[in-house]
Design a protein around this ligand. Sequence first.
Ligand SMILES: NC(=O)c1ccc[n+]([C@@H]2O[C@H](COP(=O)([O-])OP(=O)(O)OC[C@H]3O[C@@H](n4cnc5c(N)ncnc54)[C@H](O)[C@@H]3O)[C@@H](O)[C@H]2O)c1
Length: 375
Amino acid sequence: MRSDFPILENLSQYLETNNNFSGKKIAWHCHLTDLTALAANVLIKKGAQLILSECNPSTTSDMAVNYMRKIGANIYLGENSCHQSLLEKPIILADTGLALISKYLENPLNDFAFAGSEITTSGITKLRLLKEISLPVININQGQIKTHIENFHGVGDGLIDLLPIITEKNWANEKTSVIGYGKVGAGVAYYLRQIGAQVSVVEKDPIRALTAHYDGFQLSSLKEALLNSDLLVTATGSCSLISGNLWQDTKDGIIVVNVGHSNKELDLETLSQNAISISDISKHLQEFTLRTQENSVSKKIYIACKGNPANVVLLSGSPEPTLIHLTTELLCMNYLLELANNGNKKLPFGENALPIALEQVSSKLALFALGFQLN
Ligand SMILES: NC(=O)c1ccc[n+]([C@@H]2O[C@H](COP(=O)([O-])OP(=O)(O)OC[C@H]3O[C@@H](n4cnc5c(N)ncnc54)[C@H](O)[C@@H]3O)[C@@H](O)[C@H]2O)c1
């Protein structure tokens, strides 16, 4: 994979004379996947003391964890992983979902971190709700690469790759719905249309709903989507989007795939409570049988990857968007360490924009890995 798209090697070369990482403690709360392991390798080779914690146990790869431990990363798993990472007093807090930074901010006496970064929409939403933020946090999520390449193409393309693994069927002309028309949902809708599926979009924001309409998608309500779709993809970042009685209103045989940040997007507790039987019909698909309201017949609902973001669990699709995004994330760590090493504490507390120069560097490294060179 790396020889096809050697962006992390290009990054290592770019950082060759750079000493910013040497001996610095970086706490990284993230999906512990094989691609993360490639990025961890770069950080450790540059001399960083890397402390990793898992942001979602369902996406943790044992092989990646073993490899990263072997090359010298400290890795904490389980519920207390953020707390354990922070006991090591890292200088940089790189987050996915804001769990690590939230934990740090819980204790107003904490002052050992120089800055943090956040890569998800869900994490940035949480950050904006906090009253006191005694830490600068770079919003990587709003960077152009994350938005246009990883969120749109990475997730959309990834979904198309994972559908045959999960569903073992062709989706041309089948009825599908995408809930949420942010960049993630828009990418999923675009790629589903590319494979010939009928796609409708459910979006509560009027501007985004209007955009989906002019992008050529049929709009529908959540209720209609649940009643009519064979495949429903959730991409909202909201909690319990499908909950309570809504489960009763679904089409028999519907397959629900979440690509939002966590499995909280679906209220699986209520679904399990209401189910008369639950069975694993394959490694990645669970079947829930419900009594219909008339109570005479039963219907089935299929949930992929226990509601976890399926593309991350299955690591499907092209890894390029994720590798490009990881490159930006590492360049952001480097940028923060450079400021910290110069004693130049200029970043204000709270949300800070990702400097465009970092994205320009990762785009150049990506283009170079693809065989292009800009003049
Ligand atoms: N699976 C992955 O690899 C991956 C990658 C990037 C982001 N994400 C996650 O995907 C989710 C979406 O990301 P985004 O950047 O598109 O977010 P976004 O916030 O820009 O878009 C989400 C959209 O969902 C809509 N929405 C929310 N609740 C809704 C409801 N009840 N009914 C209808 N619409 C509703 C919002 O109005 C919004 O337009 C987030 O949780 C993000 O963290 C996943």
